[in-house]
Ligand binder design. Structure first.
Ligand SMILES: Nc1ncnc2c1ncn2[C@@H]1O[C@H](COP(=O)(O)OP(=O)(O)OP(=O)(O)O)[C@@H](O)[C@H]1O
Ligand SMILES: [Mg+2]
Length: 353
């Protein structure tokens, strides 16, 4: 089946209400996107990721969009691209970034999203907005729960179920109300081989990769749970997933957080930018849930549905978690030793977060 006939087959139900958001995806013309982005002007560029460059744009109706432009393409992947984008365009949830459509003309492949005015969580924790302190505790808690709900939807309710594979702070975008919008789900297969800042074979970002995924490339829902755990620790502490200790050594956030959590030193765990303004019970939840999610053994990690409930304050589940053996001992350091030396990753191009 060619590209156009495939579109005709699946376009029929795209305006029906599905889930919590109305689905209104469509196909864009290259001309329309060139106009919206001032011909992909450098000034419109929001950033660059594994897929290619992302540009800000404005459509004729005034709405703001973000346009992802794939940097390299092979004809082989043509059919896969359209099918996959259409599946993803139908996934709708209040905490998943809305995909507005795509463009496939000649060699150009572009994906169009709603523009998120408050950019990414990364920009607030470690980037251009980090000094402005927009993320008070209430916002952080809402982001944690919202992002967890978005991922839980991908894992448990989307058809087919979707593994994200690249949960990280730059893929959690923030709308005008600082509501979390998880981005880039399901796009792992569009990252061109060798043309990416992420690991070449394993899709993901160092610091967020579950050990079994990094070592054996075995992707599963629990790899996303691991990455989400790292994200929770990052959100609570304001620290990066890997902290530079020397020119070659980095410390994993889990190795730093676990002993402090065991000793219940929440004032040391909390992001200093919060100035002590946080709800201790909630911070405790975020940290403990973050640590169990980022457990080195996948079978010890919870599923995202339980993560949502624990973050929302399910007392029974949280009590069981708090009494886990790992929170009683202060033995750490074994589990992430594979990940802290740059020298151990000689063949992979890796984004340092
Ligand atoms: N819809 C959007 N609204 C606002 N900013 C966006 C949007 N989509 C992407 N960005 C920003 O553009 C930049 C590039 O995004 P991109 O997704 O290509 O790279 P990344 O998130 O760093 O890595 P990855 O390729 O692994 O997702 C990031 O800073 C991202 O936060
Ligand atoms: Mg991204």
């Amino acid at each position: 089946m060619d590209f156009c006939s495939m579109l005709c087959c699946v376009k029929g139900s795209d305006r029906k209400k599905q889930g919590k958001k109305e689905s209104t995806w469509r196909i864009f013309s290259l001309k329309e996107l060139q106009l919206a982005t001032n011909n992909f002007n450098y000034d419109n560029k929001l950033g660059e990721g594994g897929f290619g460059s992302v540009y800000w744009g404005q459509l004729w109706d005034g709405s703001q969009i973000a346009v992802k432009r794939l940097k390299s393409w092979s004809n082989k992947a043509e059919v896969e691209f359209s099918v996959e984008v259409e599946i993803l365009a139908r996934v709708r949830h209040k905490n998943l970034l809305t995909l507005r459509g795509y463009c496939a003309e000649g060699q150009e492949r572009l994906i169009i999203y709603d523009y998120m005015i408050n950019l990414s969580l990364l920009s607030h924790l470690h980037g251009q907005h980090s000094a402005e302190c927009h993320l008070d505790w209430t916002r952080r808690m809402n982001i944690a729960i919202g992002a967890a709900e978005g991922i839980a939807y991908l894992h448990h309710y989307a058809t087919p179920h979707i593994i994200h594979r690249d949960i990280k702070a730059s893929n959690v975008l923030l709308d005008g109300d600082f509501k979390a919008q998880v981005a880039d789900f399901g796009f792992a297969k569009f990252i061109p081989d060798g043309a990416t800042h992420v690991t070449t074979r394993v899709k993901g970002t160092l610091g967020y990769l579950a050990p079994e995924y990094a070592m054996y490339g075995k992707a599963s829902e629990s790899c996303d749970v691991y990455s989400f755990g790292i994200l929770l620790l990052e959100l609570a502490s304001g620290k990066k997933p890997l902290e530079k200790m020397s020119s070659t050594l980095k410390r994993a956030i889990t190795d730093w957080a676990l002993p402090l959590a065991c000793e219940r030193k929440f004032d040391e765990l909390a992001d200093p930018r919060l100035n002590g303004k946080y709800v201790e019970d909630e911070l405790k939840r975020v940290v403990f849930v973050g640590l169990i999610c980022a457990h080195s053994q996948p079978e010890k990690r919870p599923i995202m549905l339980d993560v949502v409930e624990m973050l929302k304050g399910d007392k029974e589940k949280f009590a069981a978690l708090e009494s886990e053996e790992m929170f009683k001992s202060t033995q750490v350091g074994e589990e992430s030793s594979e990940f802290i030396s740059d020298e151990k990753e000689p063949k992979q191009e890796i984004e340092n977060v």
